[in-house]
Ligand binder design. Structure first.
Ligand SMILES: [Zn+2]
Length: 160
């Protein structure tokens, strides 16, 4: 629920992954122009598990984000019905996720696997050059959420 803490840890993970990519043999094949997208996907991943909480920032932002996604799809494809259907689907998913038990499925391995597959499929279907790298940033962001929740729960229990 502490979105600033999650964003900070997500940002640290993003920087670590960028440095690792630069130092790895992969750096010649990776398309670094996609970096702003990696940044957004990584930070989204770091907040995404809290979509199951009605009062979380990511939940509030996701309604506007879904509409923004629909507008972007219309802008690129000029397919008004496709853009409307995807927007409706995203809004429905955001709504349904907020009805789940907080720290339930989205905070478990299954939620992580579903998130990773969906991110990969979305960027693969949109024909991005390196959907695997984009997904890696999303996955690292998502895992950073678990790490931060775990550390803050330990700190809370040690204060008692
Ligand atoms: Zn959480």
């Amino acid at each position: 629920m502490n979105y600033k803490g999650h964003l900070t840890v997500g940002f640290i993970c993003f920087c670590s992954l960028i440095i690792s990519l630069f130092l790895s043999p992969l750096h010649q094949t990776v398309y670094f122009k996609d970096m702003p997208l990696w940044f957004i996907v990584c930070l989204f991943g770091s907040l995404a598990p809290d979509l199951d909480h009605r009062h979380s920032k990511i939940h509030e932002w996701s309604y506007i984000g879904s509409i923004f996604c629909g507008c972007a799809i219309y802008f690129f494809t000029r397919e008004v019905y496709q853009a409307m259907i995807i927007t409706m689907l995203l809004l429905l998913i955001v709504f349904l996720l907020s009805r789940l038990k907080h720290r339930g499925i989205t905070h478990h391995a299954l939620g992580f696997i579903i998130f990773t597959i969906l991110v990969y499929m979305a960027f693969h279907l949109m024909d991005f050059t390196s959907p695997f790298i984009i997904t890696m940033f999303g996955a690292v962001g998502y895992l950073s959420h678990f790490a931060f929740d775990y550390i803050s729960s330990i700190m809370k229990s040690s204060r008692k």
